[in-house]
Design a protein around this ligand. Structure first.
Ligand SMILES: Cc1cc2nc3c(=O)[nH]c(=O)nc-3n(C[C@H](O)[C@H](O)[C@H](O)COP(=O)(O)O)c2cc1C
Length: 233
């Protein structure tokens, strides 16, 4: 119930949680109406504009999402398209002092990588690496936990995890928070995988840095889709 109430607080989601029965009926009606009237742009415009307005924001601060808000976002993430319902994703929420521990794991990873490459890390790099997780009050790490399945190869599971990340990001935005999806060169180094308890065939797919940006999300330049799409009839 709390999750629903929290979601009701958000500007965007407010309208969509009014009445489930109405919502289901309205969805069907509006889809039919759209198909009949070729009116998709008109009826979907606010939602499409809202999706297009998402921008990644670095250096996030409090307020951070509550546990209920994070769980609501993870619920959305877990509705990602998922062949054979394998649920090949896991979410680890790092907050408060745990961010320092993650920072230490990143330093361990960077040091091990440097040794392998015959290099040494400067004090500056060590400090920068250690403080990376402090760039947001909450980091939601999304892991692709690969499942054995004859019909669902690893790449499909990775794509499903990517879709889960995007749902997570949009659900956080719906609740008024900014995010940035980061990976960086260290995310699948052994020390980081060990820190999260990630198996050798699994991947750290995203660090979703989450919080509130002191700056407004910049307006996205219009995207010319001409070069990206081809219609064939
Ligand atoms: C798999 C993946 C990994 C990424 N890793 C990083 C990263 O480590 N650091 C970074 O600054 N941006 C990273 N990005 C890009 C940002 O998340 C963001 O998409 C990009 O800066 C464009 O900004 P926009 O989302 O506002 O369009 C990554 C994106 C993806 C999809």
């Amino acid at each position: 119930m709390d999750a629903l109430n929290d979601r009701k607080d958000s500007n965007f989601v407010d309208k969509n949680y009014e009445d489930k029965n109405h919502k289901d009926r309205d969805n069907k009606e509006s889809i039919t109406e759209n198909l009949e009237n070729d009116n998709v742009a008109w009826t979907s415009k606010p939602l499409i504009n809202w999706i297009n307005s998402r921008r990644s924001m670095g250096n996030l601060d409090t307020p951070a999402p509550t546990r209920t808000q994070i769980e609501a976002a993870i619920e959305c993430a877990a509705t990602a398209p998922d062949h054979k319902k394998l649920r090949p994703w896991r979410f680890i929420v790092t907050e408060g002092d745990a961010r320092h521990e993650l920072g230490r794991a990143l330093v361990d990873a960077a040091q091990a990588k440097a040794v392998q490459e015959g290099e040494a890390l400067s004090e500056k790099t060590i400090k920068k690496t250690h403080t990376m997780p402090l760039r947001a009050p909450v980091i939601i790490t999304v892991v692709t936990q690969m499942q054995e399945h004859k019909k669902v190869p690893p790449f499909e599971q990775m794509l499903s995890a990517g879709a889960a990340v995007q749902n997570l990001i949009l659900a956080l935005k719906a609740q008024g928070f900014s995010t940035v999806w980061r990976t960086g060169l260290l995310c699948n180094e052994p020390a980081v995988k060990a820190y999260f308890g990630v198996g050798p065939d699994d991947y750290v797919t995203a660090f979703v840095y989450t919080g509130t940006s002191p700056k407004d999300e910049p307006t996205r330049k219009p995207i010319d889709i001409e070069s990206l799409v081809r219609f064939e009839q």
